[in-house]
Design a protein around this ligand. Structure first.
Ligand code: ARG
Length: 457
């Protein structure tokens, strides 16, 4: 007798090269817990509707627990001839229970089984990611609390633009990771839908109770169309997109800190424990962790691409191509979790070099825009105020000085009647103090948001 669950209609054995080529056990063995939990819910339901006896369901569930314990303890022998985790577990059950074990697969197919397992896995993965993202947010919030009062140059085009409080800068990342968490929570709604019961593609002629399985497995909804079920990997693509965006946020942050930790910037003191040295240059302290976080984002984005290409031309319903989804899914998840696991403690232990930042803070005309805004407040039309400050900056460039160093007559010439009040806005500290809009770097606004975030994470 063939070991294959589908061996009945075949007379010859499968070519070994085909077994090697078509196996997924090397990847999907990771789904064993989900597979067992889903099978137990299925078995209980089969008993409820009379397709197995309660005693048979008991035996199946207890034996599945024993199989889980065997797998936990490394006692499961894996073989490519058994293809995947579903077949391995079913075969182990049959080996222990005989005919009773042969009843488990009643009213289901591996097509709805595999999606159910993956949905259960992704649901847990989302919950873990939420915890890890929250931990990273906490690290940024605690950094923001620690670095109270530091003013940083804010950049656009990587050119000095306007001053921002360090806390404002750090909370910008907290917002990005908050959106990531919200996106994942939203994705979870479409993940948490029961596939089981769609069977191969058309449902079942047996009196299965999908609502009962839904309840047992904690799904919020039941997939309505059986034909859609086994081809649908939208939830998985969406999840990997969410992961890609987390990776992109991490990559942007890593890039910024790589730049900020150069001798040229020298804004940051990265923790020794999160840097590496050079085998030949004794003085080096390299931001390899940040570089790898940046580099690994490419890998995550790659899996998203891979998945989109995988599904783009599949007819309904199940096609074996779909087996390729899991390697991409697991790799994207593991990569992002790996990045988050180092990012949080690294943020927690990094410090700003206050003196270095302060020493050059008055360079780069960070106060020019608030100077313009004070002219606007004194009645100058915006475009004229822009031109006036532009001409003052030009004057500074030729004199090699700051706006605050220009004599009063020069101000008077550029903005007649502007007076001393306008000049009070000059200097970075005064510029920061002048902000007032909601969401701005105004000290009171940043303080308010920081205390809200402290409560939230
Ligand atoms: N190993 C398969 C996968 O991951 C399980 C489903 C197989 N279904 C089938 N009809 N061959 O997609």
């Amino acid at each position: 007798m063939s070991q294959k669950t589908w061996g009945g209609r075949f007379s010859g054995a499968t070519d070994q090269r085909v077994e090697q080529f078509t196996e997924s056990i090397s990847v999907d063995r990771r789904l064993y817990r989900q597979d067992i939990v889903a099978s137990q819910a299925h078995a209980r339901m089969l008993a409820e509707v009379g397709l197995v006896t309660p005693a048979e369901a008991d035996a199946i569930c207890t034996t599945l627990d024993a199989i889980a314990a065997d797998i936990d303890a490394g006692r499961m022998e894996y073989s490519v001839s058994l293809e995947d985790i579903h077949t391995h577990i079913e075969r182990a059950l049959i080996a222990k229970l005989g005919d009773v074990g042969r009843k488990l697969h009643t009213g289901r197919s591996r097509n709805d089984q595999v999606v159910t397992d993956v949905r259960l896995w992704v649901r847990d993965a989302i919950d873990e990611l939420d915890d890890r993202l929250k931990e990273l947010q906490r690290a940024f919030v605690s950094f923001a609390g620690r670095e109270d009062g530091i003013i940083l140059p804010g950049y656009t085009h990587l050119q000095r633009a306007q001053p921002v409080l360090a806390a404002h800068y750090l909370l910008a990342y907290v917002e990005k990771f908050q959106r990531d968490r919200e996106r994942l929570a939203d994705c979870r709604k479409r993940v948490n839908v029961l596939s089981l019961g769609a069977a191969a593609l058309a449902g079942s002629s047996l009196p299965i109770d999908r609502e009962s399985v839904r309840r047992k497995l904690g799904f919020d909804d039941i997939a309505r169309n059986s034909l859609d079920v086994s081809s649908d990997r939208d939830f998985l693509l969406e999840f990997v997109f969410c992961l890609s965006l987390v990776a992109v946020h991490l990559s942007g942050w890593a890039e910024e800190w790589v730049i900020w930790s150069t001798t040229e910037f020298n804004f940051l003191e990265l923790p020794d424990a999160f840097c590496t040295g050079s085998s030949i240059m004794p003085h080096k302290k390299n931001p390899d962790v940040l570089e790898l976080v940046r580099g690994k984002s490419g890998r995550v984005i790659g899996t998203l691409n891979q998945l989109l290409i995988l599904v783009k031309a599949l007819p309904l319903a199940y096609n074996r191509d779909l087996q390729e989804d899991k390697a991409a899914l697991f790799d994207a998840f593991d990569t992002v979790v790996g990045c988050l696991a180092v990012a949080a403690p690294m943020v927690e232990q990094t410090k700003f070099r206050r003196e270095v930042i302060a020493a050059r803070l008055e360079d780069g005309f960070l106060d020019a825009t608030t100077l313009m805004e004070s002219l606007i407040e004194s009645g100058v039309p915006m475009r004229s105020a822009h031109e006036a400050v532009g001409s003052l900056v030009k004057e500074c460039e030729s004199r090699r000085c700051r706006l605050a160093d220009l004599p009063a007559e020069v101000f008077e010439k550029a903005a007649p009647g502007a007076g001393a009040k306008v000049r009070e806005r000059l200097g970075v500290a005064n510029a920061v103090a002048a902000f007032q809009s909601y969401g701005s770097t105004a000290p009171a606004e940043v303080e308010r948001q920081l205390s809200e975030w402290k409560k939230r994470v």
